[in-house]
Design a protein around this ligand. Structure first.
Ligand code: GLY
Length: 368
């Protein structure tokens, strides 16, 4: 996204990636869930999430018009439901927080939830209807962005970046695994959960990004069962998030575990079992559906769950990483913010709180 916006601004732009668009975007469900994924203490991030959600209609239309790709962008809304008294209390608190934040969210009884989504379990105790939380298909989105980059003249190096080049105290490009050297006036490190691993980046500017594993299932809704669900349905079941994201194509994405296991991307029996168990409690009819794919990906987690955007203390090195649970949602605002900072040297107002320098400042404030 950053490369596409950069080339549109007139920068000669190259991307180094062994498989552009092939990382977490291939696993993510693609919920654009600024309101239903709101958490206490994350109101600043909410501002950025909402700014990005507002850009989605124009961004999706622009990308589709340029590439001809259908992105699976679906303004279907989301229903967050509760299955027991604890889940219900949690959802009530979320509703209070949403209203205090000025967000649109309507409390529904269990019966009203089932009227909207008849496949829901009879035990559903209530829910929140959020018509503003939508979805996109991240695989289609990634393919369209690669196509848009190629059309606009971005040079794609389908290779690993081995090391950042630093010359005269500033980032000057990178070296590929085959030894090829690329020079650049500005380098954007946007390597998702691997962003803290690039050799040559000085320790003090290395982004504090860690992998947070998510296992995700894909089921298929046969035509005779459609419409199985008409919107995203999600819940907290015994303290874990589970969501079901129905695509027009018939794909039903069920996610996701959240595991701090380093670089492990194994799909485990336990992960699949827990997702199916929780999804089945919400929507018992899923047991009839073919299970077509199981996969695990790595979210790029940051210390405050918010992204790192913009310049670092090393001249010429910028970051666009640490998007954690919101990478797909934050795509348009990230591209715009990065294009702005590449052009002017300054982050736009809405992205300023996400400067990587906030972590450097926090380190310096720690007592010795
Ligand atoms: N935003 C959904 C997830 O991270 O699982």
């Amino acid at each position: 996204m950053t490369a596409w916006r950069a080339v549109q601004r007139g920068f000669a732009t190259a991307v180094v990636d062994p498989d552009p668009g092939g990382g977490a975007a291939q696993v993510a469900a693609g919920m654009l869930a600024a309101v239903t994924e709101l958490h206490y203490g994350e109101q600043t991030l909410l501002g950025l999430n909402l700014a990005s959600a507002r850009r989605y209609p124009d961004f999706a239309a622009e990308l589709t018009e340029l590439t001809g790709h259908d992105l699976g962008y679906r303004r279907c809304g989301t229903l967050a439901v509760a299955l027991d008294a604890d889940d219900r209390a949690h959802l009530r608190e979320l509703h209070d927080l949403q209203r205090a934040s000025g967000l649109e969210s309507e409390w529904l009884s269990g019966r009203e939830c089932r009227r909207l989504e008849p496949m829901l379990a009879p035990g559903v105790r209530g829910g929140l209807r959020v018509d503003g939380d939508h979805q996109i298909d991240p695989r289609r989105l990634a393919a369209a962005l690669v196509a848009a980059c190629e059309r606009a003249g971005v040079v794609l190096h389908r290779a690993w970046a081995e090391r950042l080049t630093v010359r005269g105290g500033r980032a000057a490009g990178c070296v590929l695994r085959d030894g090829t050297e690329l020079g650049a006036g500005q380098v954007v490190l946007a390597a998702g959960s691997r962003s803290g691993q690039l050799a040559g980046v000085p320790d003090e500017v290395l982004p504090p990004v860690r992998p947070v594993k998510g296992q995700v299932l894909r089921l298929t809704v046969p035509k005779r069962y459609a419409p199985f669900l008409s919107r995203t349905v999600r819940a907290m079941v015994r303290g874990s998030h589970v969501y079901l994201v129905p695509r027009v194509s018939g794909e039903l994405v069920v996610g996701a575990t959240s595991e701090e296991l380093g670089w492990d991307t194994t799909v485990t029996a336990g992960g699949v079992y827990e997702l199916l168990r929780d999804a089945h409690e919400l929507v018992p009819g899923i047991t009839e559906l073919p299970l077509t794919e199981t996969r695990a990906g790595l979210r790029p987690g940051s210390p405050d769950n918010a992204p790192l955007l913009g310049p670092t203390e090393l001249d010429g090195l910028l970051l666009a990483t640490g998007h954690y649970r919101n990478g797909v949602l934050l795509t348009p605002v990230t591209g715009d913010a990065m294009a702005h900072v590449l052009t002017t040297g300054e982050l736009p107002d809405e992205a300023r709180p996400f400067t990587p320098r906030r972590f450097a400042a926090a380190l310096m404030e720690q007592p010795a």
